[in-house]
Design a protein around this ligand. Structure first.
Ligand code: BTN
Length: 275
């Protein structure tokens, strides 16, 4: 949490001082303005070390999933991308995105007690607070057939954004920590907690598999047990979200009783009644 008196700008040294990690965030590339930290990470990925973080105060062309924009006003949020070089096959991508979403939840729990267990994951990896979008994750990669060359994982969190920082059309669907809690948050501290939590879950995954992350994603799911609408290439279907499968896929039951598994791909999911 923050007194509101702290610097409005990020301070990479303060972030590093609060890190307990071995590789994640050991190199931080801090930029004032960039088109998109994911774009910058992709431009630099071959040259930078595993665990490097690209961090920017503002993005002029921030990108979301499914080709959407990501509103990234200056000094208001966490707009960062992690460069990862896992020695794993390319199928690892959805798993990494789950780890990212779970890490955001843990970091917010640790940062502010009043947020404990309040941030939810709307499958596949939207971050939700009070049924509005607080953040999201955009994972991209370059891979050969069996080998992942690099993965860039972009994480966006609306931290100190005011209503006027969002375009009017997002007022009913987007939120920030400030809008929900009415005080400013220390973004350096939040970023450090996020990187600490990410590394903990990532190392656990590499050593022991995805179990711990899946447990967190199930506990924090905004959709399990709910009626949902699945949008696939312009057609809508109702279903009931039942569980996450072993690879983070969403298992749903269709009105016919048939159970199917959804992999993130191009499907959009809305909760029934969501605007
Ligand atoms: C989504 O929910 O649609 C994903 C949003 C991801 C936004 C982050 S902000 C940092 C990184 N750079 C980008 O251009 N996008 C991601």
């Amino acid at each position: 949490m923050s007194s509101g008196m702290s610097s409005p700008y990020l301070n990479p040294d303060r972030i590093k001082n609060a890190l307990r990690t071995k590789t994640i965030g050991r190199e931080i590339i801090y930029l004032d303005v960039i088109d998109s930290t994911n774009n910058e990470a992709k431009r630099r990925a071959d040259l930078e070390a595993d665990g490097t973080v690209i961090l920017s105060e503002q993005q002029t062309a921030g990108r979301g999933r499914l080709g959407r924009n990501w509103v990234s006003p200056r000094g208001k949020g966490i707009w960062l991308t992690l460069i990862l070089k896992p020695e794993r096959p390319p199928g690892i991508i959805p798993t990494l995105a789950l780890i990212g979403a779970a890490a955001v939840c843990l970091a917010l729990d640790k940062t502010d007690n009043s947020l404990r267990e309040k941030v939810k994951i709307k499958w596949p990896n939207d971050l939700w607070l009070k049924e509005k979008k607080l953040g999201g994750i955009l994972t991209e990669m370059q891979a050969e057939e069996t080998n992942t060359r690099w993965v860039v994982m972009g994480i966006g969190i609306n931290v100190n954004s005011q209503k006027s920082d969002f375009p009017e059309e997002l007022w009913s669907s987007a939120t920030s920590l400030y809008l929900e809690r009415k005080h400013f948050y220390d973004r350096d501290q939040l970023i450090a907690e996020l990187l600490n939590s990410f590394e903990e879950l990532y190392l656990n995954f590499l050593q022991a598999g995805i179990g711990r992350t899946l447990t967190i994603c199930r506990q924090r799911s905004a959709v399990i047990g709910k009626k949902v609408i699945l949008w696939d290439k312009g057609t809508a279907r109702e279903a009931e979200a039942l569980d996450l499968g072993p690879d983070g896929e969403l298992v749903v039951r269709l009105p016919s009783g048939e159970k199917i598994s959804l992999f993130s791909g191009e499907i959009t999911l809305r909760l029934k009644g969501e605007t």
